[in-house]
Design a binder for this molecule. Sequence first.
Ligand SMILES: Cc1cc2nc3c(=O)[nH]c(=O)nc-3n(C[C@H](O)[C@H](O)[C@H](O)COP(=O)(O)OP(=O)(O)OC[C@H]3O[C@@H](n4cnc5c(N)ncnc54)[C@H](O)[C@@H]3O)c2cc1C
Length: 208
Amino acid sequence: MRLVGVEKKHGIRASDTATLVFEDCRVPRENLLGSAVVKKKGASKSGDKGFKGAMATFDASRPIVAAMAVGVGRAALDLVREELGRHGIAPRYEAPAHAQSVIERDFMEMEAELQAARLLTWRAASMMNRGVPNNLEASMAKAKAGLAVTRITQKAVEILGPAGYSKKLLVEKWMRDAKINDIYEGTQQINQLIVARRILDYPSSVLR
Ligand SMILES: Cc1cc2nc3c(=O)[nH]c(=O)nc-3n(C[C@H](O)[C@H](O)[C@H](O)COP(=O)(O)OP(=O)(O)OC[C@H]3O[C@@H](n4cnc5c(N)ncnc54)[C@H](O)[C@@H]3O)c2cc1C
């Protein structure tokens, strides 16, 4: 096994992303996960239990990524609340929409996005814990939470102005860390495709 290089990344720098090369690597048959993929004459694919097994792991890992996104979004929101509070600004939930400031409206929108992502994440994780099929709910949670944390952290940097963009506060780091939640374990677009296929009952050959 050879380490080819370690990526220099935009975010999640505490976690290394590296390219490993396995040359002339023989895997014993008994170590295969699922079954060997053997292309039979005339058939497009066969023996794809390994692939299906790998896809099924997403039902468990997508709620986890969604939970990470919710955690980062919560941290950003808590910081914004704290900083606004230090300047005597608190969102007035009871005020009519036309009387609210832009900051108040932005903050409430961030809260709503986070809460929606959190509830979807809890549902997907709870179904997984109970052994209930959660393929649709896992993709919903991941698509929503990845997008929500990207928007929330960007807005947090914006609301906090120069302090938000500087490295004095952690919020610029959270903004960089947020986007990966919208990318790995299936991008937002792919998870939206899965949701659409499930809801509309279209096969992947039709909706792709
Ligand atoms: C830092 C980092 C760490 C990673 N860690 C892991 C890991 O630990 N394990 C692992 O297995 N993978 C990991 N990945 C890989 C990651 O899961 C993939 O990069 C991601 O799923 C996107 O796949 P892709 O790179 O093939 O993008 P592509 O498929 O090339 O997609 C590029 C863009 O096109 C869009 N797109 C593609 N197809 C469609 C479509 N049909 N409709 C609409 N839009 C579409 C995508 O949404 C995306 O925006 C990691 C990636 C990064 C950046």
